[in-house]
Design a protein around this ligand. Structure first.
Ligand SMILES: NC(=O)C1=CN([C@@H]2O[C@H](COP(=O)(O)OP(=O)(O)OC[C@H]3O[C@@H](n4cnc5c(N)ncnc54)[C@H](OP(=O)(O)O)[C@@H]3O)[C@@H](O)[C@H]2O)C=CC1
Ligand SMILES: CC(=O)C(=O)O
Ligand SMILES: [Mg+2]
Length: 641
């Protein structure tokens, strides 16, 4: 029951509110719809409520204050209440009703298509706008999967998925969650890579915020243009190192969009709490700059102070707009900026670099699991990386940290078990002067070695070979065969994305090692048959980590990311690998269990945040796994009564 301008209403339905507003406010004229009602005192249904009323004819919106006399019970929240307990109760908008009629069908957040019930069609002015049939959410999923499978070309499937996301968000997420193994390669690597390359040609509607040099000085206002106000996770790129495809400039937007759709599908963060951002400071990709369909600034990349100032303004504006608990995930920046940004903002913001930290955590988890198959401890292994950039050095550092924690041996010593090859060969002390700062801890005493194959065969003889070079087919037959001569079970990770950049294929890894490799890759490979046996390989991709990791930060209200959180995330993921998975040679659990996995990762990360005194959401829930699960967004349709 609530009253507006002296009139008390017991019916909180759309028609009740609309009628009330029609009768009592001259500022709005029918037909109109209540777009949102926001509790202003923190307790839904108790106190003063601000209602946004949209005139369906002019599309202008008018805020109207309503006095709620007594608690509006259950119904309101049941109708459009919280998608997830991760919302901050004090500023949660709770929607009485949304746009009705034609605009409801055009609103991806609320549209249900043919799943609108007969009652909803009556009460929301949908009669005649839909064909007579009413179908279930499940049948919609079946129908969409049928039509997506009819496309042979992955990019067409990608475009169909993006169209669906723009049309019916809950159907998009249900499709993705129910068919995660089939659709992950479409909305994520490898297809998202091709989508970014062609983003200008396939661009339809903005799916995130574009912040270019033109917006300098106005970023605070630009953030306000985004329709959602309660943002919990931002994934931001400047497009300079998109997967292993190089500088794709503004077209890198496909990456934040894809990563955030995984935050929702895999980690249960509400879609409305996710904000994809692309910072456009130009591009050094001449092909793009000359492409008539390119959507970004046509200039070479700004660097130095100009770049730093734009990033600074963005980071400041984010904190001003969304507070200090918004998670900012840096994604696919080039390494000459990535490490510095992480260091610069790591002490003032809740920042996470997925390529450095998320990748490290997922690979460490795979190694922990692999020890079950090969035996020994981490520090008994010798590691060789091809690629000493963000992914490579990030992984190396976390492995060294874990070894140090396990053995008590100082970090400087455990690092000596890890070797790296970059585009100039083995990283050794004699190169120290010329090395970028993030490579220096990996320069050890050794004579120079130019070729990977010599480093593998002669110099290092690693037990674990990790590809993080972005350079495809660099694990040659000779390299893999060498690994298999001195290791009974060589551990080989080909992390580079997309598939075209993978250091070797699954087929090559298994056939060249006579079926003995323990293999995982950044982009997925289909199972391989070798000598009459089928080998399934795991996907060593940070997508296993960042959704649950972010969920853990959010549910604990963490204000900073700490390396110990990465270590516990690795443990949580490794614990999810079952005996059945091991028997198949797998070192990662199937993605079909990812929401359960994410809840476990979230619980461990949140527990660590509490332990480190970095959590602000008090008191700490007793059962963090159950709490994480209870906070996860569900794509089930709401009933619009
Ligand atoms: N599976 C996953 O979850 C993830 C995968 N990745 C993938 O890893 C790859 C690398 O990413 P990132 O570390 O950020 O990139 P960086 O650019 O930071 O690092 C690339 C490194 O590879 C080296 N390199 C490039 N080509 C060769 C070559 N032919 N031989 C030897 N070394 C070479 C570079 O050498 P130099 O320094 O001399 O130029 C550099 O050290 C990408 O393909 C990316 O998609 C990244 C993050 C997560
Ligand atoms: C997976 C990922 O983050 C990358 O390839 O950059
Ligand atoms: Mg990345």
């Amino acid at each position: 029951m609530f009253s507006l301008n002296g009139t008390t209403f017991t019916n909180n339905s759309l028609s009740g509110v609309s009628r009330c507003l029609t009768q009592s406010s001259r500022r709005v004229s029918a037909p109109m719809v209540v777009v949102a009602a926001v509790s202003s005192n923190g307790k839904p249904g108790d106190g003063s409520v601000s209602v946004l009323v949209e005139n369906a004819l002019t599309e202008s919106a008018t805020p109207v204050e309503m006095e709620v006399k007594s608690t509006v019970t259950g119904g309101v929240q049941d109708v459009y209440g919280e998608d997830s307990a991760t919302e901050d109760q004090s500023i949660t908008p709770w929607t009485l009703s949304v746009a009705s009629g034609f605009s409801l069908l055009r609103n991806p957040h609320y549209n249900k298509g043919l799943a609108f019930s007969e009652r909803e069609r009556d009460s929301h002015y949908l009669r005649g706008l839909l064909p007579p049939v009413v179908i279930s959410h499940d049948l919609q999923v079946k129908k969409m999967m049928n039509s997506i499978r009819k496309y042979d070309v992955p990019l067409q499937r990608y475009m169909a998925m993006m169209d669906l996301q723009e049309m019916n968000e809950r159907l998009f997420y249900k499709l993705l969650i129910d068919n995660v193994e089939e659709l992950l390669p479409i909305v994520y690597t490898p297809t998202v890579g091709e989508a970014c390359q062609k983003y200008g040609s396939i661009f339809r509607r903005p799916q995130g915020l574009f912040i270019s040099l033109k917006e300098k000085g106005k970023i605070h206002e630009v953030l306000k243009n985004w329709p959602e106000k309660k943002i919990q996770v931002i994934v931001v790129t400047d497009g300079e190192r998109i997967l292993g495809l190089g500088d794709l400039g503004c077209q890198g937007m496909g990456i934040p969009v894809g990563k955030l759709s995984l935050y929702t599908a895999l980690g249960g963060i509400r879609p409305s709490a996710c904000l994809p951002v692309t910072i456009d400071v130009g591009s050094n990709n001449e092909n793009l700059l000359n492409d008539e369909f390119y959507i970004g600034l046509r200039q070479r990349r700004a660097t130095g102070q100009e770049y730093a100032e734009l990033l600074d303004e963005f980071m400041y504006a984010v904190k001003q707009n969304y507070g200090e608990k918004v998670l900012i995930q840096f994604e696919d920046f080039a390494n000459h900026n990535a490490f510095d940004l992480l260091a610069k903002y790591g002490t003032s913001h809740l920042v996470f670099n997925d390529d450095i930290q998320g990748t490290a955590s997922v690979v460490l988890a795979g190694l922990m699991a692999a020890l079950n198959l090969v035996g020994g401890t981490l520090s008994e292994h010798t590691f060789l990386f091809l690629g000493a950039g963000e992914a490579g050095t990030g992984i190396a550092e976390l492995i060294a940290l874990e070894m140090s924690k396990q053995t008590g041996i100082p970090l400087e010593e455990t690092r000596k078990k890890i070797w790296m090859v970059d585009s100039r060969g083995l990283i050794v002390n004699s190169r120290m002067e010329m090395l970028q700062h993030f490579k220096r801890p990996w320069a050890h005493d050794h004579e120079p070695v130019q070729e990977l194959v010599n480093a593998v065969k002669v110099s290092i003889k690693p037990t674990v070979l990790i590809g993080s070079s972005g350079a495809g087919r660099t694990f040659t037959k000779e390299v893999v065969q060498a690994m298999a001569t001195f290791n009974e079970k060589p551990i080989i990770f080909a992390l580079s994305n997309p598939t075209s950049q993978s250091e070797c294929t699954a087929e090559e890894a298994y056939s060249w090692s006579e079926g003995r490799a323990i293999f995982a890759s950044g982009s997925p490979f289909a199972p391989v048959e070798y000598n009459g046996k089928v080998y399934a390989s795991g996907q060593a991709n940070n997508a296993y980590i960042f959704p649950g990791f972010g969920l853990g930060l959010i549910i604990s209200g963490a204000i900073r990311v700490h390396d110990d959180m990465l270590l516990v995330a690795s443990e949580a993921l490794a614990e999810q690998v079952s005996q059945e998975n091991f028997e198949k040679g797998l070192i990662y659990p199937p993605f079909s269990n990812i929401r359960k996995i994410s809840a476990h990762i979230a619980a461990k990360v949140a527990a660590k945040a509490y332990e480190l005194g970095l959590a602000t959401r008090l008191p700490q829930p007793k059962d963090l796994v159950a709490y994480a699960e209870s906070c996860m967004y569900s794509p089930a349709y709401r009933s619009y009564r």
